[in-house]
Design a protein around this ligand. Structure first.
Ligand code: S3P
Length: 176
């Protein structure tokens, strides 16, 4: 697909490292970093968890759609989108048109390790035990796989640190 804009867009499941890697990548490339969850929080004046709890997921997805429409108009950014953003075909096609999509992949067990003790992800608060969380991650990953795999590149981050992943993206996109 011919790209209109030069944005680098990181997609993938919660805990894939989109925000951490995105910030590092932006620093290396001297670009601005934007995180859609962060934009949504600023716009709504409350955290993603509070939006989910007080207004519901539907409201969150509508804000997410709005922010995506806004950021794709910009160019030369490093963008991280929330894990569920590309499961909406309209978001996915807008992002694909306006940048290079990199899917940061990690196996379910690794994701669990990364997000287990973090409490700002409403979709993961549903399951209580560690075992239940792993099942939930596997189920969601299976549903989302086809969307994530629409990315231009897939990068397995399972055994890499953030520094290595950022370097790999630079190499992959021939930016060095
Ligand atoms: C979500 C992922 C979160 C955030 C929201 C919903 C999802 O972002 O957008 O909690 O549906 O996977 P991260 O992927 O940055 O954790």
């Amino acid at each position: 697909m011919k790209k209109i804009k030069n944005n680098i867009i990181l997609i993938g499941f919660m805990g894939a490292g989109k925000t951490t890697i995105g910030k590092l990548l932006a620093k290396y490339l001297h670009r601005k970093f934007i995180d859609t969850d962060n934009l949504i929080e600023k716009f709504a004046g409350k955290s993603v968890s509070r939006i989910f709890n007080e207004d519901g997921e539907k409201k969150f997805r509508s804000l997410e759609k709005k922010m995506i429409s806004k950021i794709v108009q910009k160019d030369n950014l490093v963008i991280a989108v929330g894990g569920g953003a590309v499961t909406k075909p309209k978001n996915l096609s807008k992002l694909k048109k306006n940048g290079t999509l990199v899917y940061l992949y990690a196996i379910a067990k690794e994701i669990l390790k990364r997000i287990y003790n973090k409490h700002h992800r409403p979709l993961m608060e549903i399951a209580i035990s560690k075992k239940e969380k792993l099942i939930r991650i596997k189920d969601l990953l299976a549903i989302r796989k086809t969307y994530y795999e629409k990315a231009d590149y897939t990068l397995n981050t399972s055994n890499l640190n953030t520094y290595q992943v950022a370097k790999k993206i630079i190499k992959l996109l021939k930016l060095s």
